[in-house]
Write a protein that binds this ligand. Structure first.
Ligand code: NAD
Length: 271
């Protein structure tokens, strides 16, 4: 019997889905055993490899996720919040690890994922790149050391198709900074400034969002003090870094006990 880890890519026709199909196929120790899309997607029935711009794989995109997930060891999921919850139920039933890159989940939807993580390993990260995972640790550390004499502002830019704002990564960076300051993120989050806002509230973590063109993802965490400024910046130039991180997370999750993990756990970063 093959020892390869059987992976299903859900949302296989999406920008990230196509990257994931190519990445799974190129990674030793993994095999693509299924690919799915929304039932009304024109991609249903197409070969997942051809759609991803690689060789045909004889894996055809299915409009029904249940049979595909039933025999999988891992589900790679960069889709939408609602469909991610459906996939979480199916992955928990099948005993498959669930690797989630979907952003824009509401608090209640996050609770549902936590329930699924009682049954299987779930790795959920707003950003699967090693660089951003490190940036989160650094943001926490710098926020802790500099304290609230330094105003924290987070700037992000993404392509014009992106539907949620601020990005999941920007919020993740803000949450890391809030942890560093030992405050509740939701108490200090300032994501909407327009018109007569009054002076900046001390201790707030501000967000600025840019959308345009084909920008894959750029984030800066700015610590602005009197007389100096520290800026931590990450720029993704290829979606491949996210796909590589997600496949790495799936291999890491193999045989791990049920629970909700982040990319920090996968990379073995402390704190
Ligand atoms: P996209 O719109 O190109 O792809 C999403 C795909 O999911 C679409 O093809 C859509 O048809 C499909 N889909 C929707 N409902 C489905 C269902 N029920 N079953 C199967 N497929 C379904 O978007 P994208 O740019 O690939 O991003 C997808 C998500 O991943 C977004 O939330 C984005 O913010 C996030 N993202 C995360 C990271 C990360 O590292 N965590 C990186 C990039 C993007």
């Amino acid at each position: 019997m093959s020892d390869e880890m059987k992976m299903v890519v859900v949302g296989a026709a999406g920008r990230m889905g196509r990257m994931l199909v190519a990445q799974v196929t190129a990674t030793p120790g993994c095999i693509l055993c299924g690919a799915t899309e929304r039932p009304d997607s024109p991609a249903v029935g197409q070969d997942a490899g051809s759609l991803a711009g690689i060789n045909p794989l004889e894996v055809h995109i299915a409009g029904d996720a249940a049979p595909a997930i039933a025999h999988a060891d891992a589900v790679l999921d960069f889709t939408s919040p609602q469909s991610t919850l459906e996939h979480a139920r199916l992955a928990a039933q099948a005993g498959a690890a669930h690797i989630i890159g979907t952003t824009g989940l509401e608090a209640q939807q996050t609770e549902e994922l936590q329930k699924a993580a009682h049954h299987v390993p779930v790795v959920w990260a707003p950003n699967f790149s090693a660089g951003v995972t490190l940036l989160m640790s650094l943001s926490e550390q710098v926020a802790r050391i500099l304290g609230d004499d330094y105003d924290i502002e987070i700037l992000e830019m993404h392509h014009h198709h992106k539907v949620d704002a601020p990005s999941g990564t920007a919020l993740g960076l803000g949450q890391a900074a809030a942890r560093g300051r030992e405050v509740e993120h939701d108490d200090v989050k300032e994501a909407a400034r327009d018109g007569h806002t009054g002076a900046r509230r001390r201790g707030d973590i501000g967000y600025a969002v840019l959308r345009g063109g084909d920008v894959i993802g750029e984030h800066s965490v700015i610590f602005a003090g009197d007389g100096e400024r520290v800026e931590l910046t990450h720029k993704a130039t290829s979606r491949q870094v996210f796909a590589a991180g997600a496949v790495r997370a799936a291999l890491w999750a193999r045989d791990r006990k049920a629970g909700l993990y982040t990319m920090k756990d996968v990379l073995g970063l402390e704190g």
